[in-house]
Design a protein around this ligand. Structure first.
Ligand SMILES: [Zn+2]
Length: 90
């Protein structure tokens, strides 16, 4: 049997490449704004990936990298939600 190609994504904070399942996807949706995409069905919209470590989330949020990746301005409320979520990761 041939090995199937697994999708690899890059963490926008530390630049580490990892399998998609090892990263968390953040999506910008037209209706709900910026949300954490926890699957199983992929949220449509522009997406960005971060490691499952709080540090990368902090970096991504503080330096505006996530805003940049998603081509949006993340509101303070959304940022807070993402930070709270990141605290559950470690
Ligand atoms: Zn990372």
């Amino acid at each position: 049997m041939q090995q199937r190609h697994k999708p690899v994504r890059r963490c926008l904070a530390c630049g580490k490449q990892a399998l998609q399942i090892e990263l968390v996807r953040i999506a910008k949706t037209p209706l709900d704004g910026v949300i954490v995409d926890l699957g199983p069905r992929k949220v449509s919209g522009r997406g960005a990936y971060l490691c499952k470590t709080a540090k990368c989330w902090e970096t991504g949020l503080k330096k505006g990298r996530l805003d940049h990746s998603l081509k949006t301005s993340i509101t303070p409320e959304e940022k807070e939600t993402l930070l709270v979520f990141s605290k559950t990761l470690n």
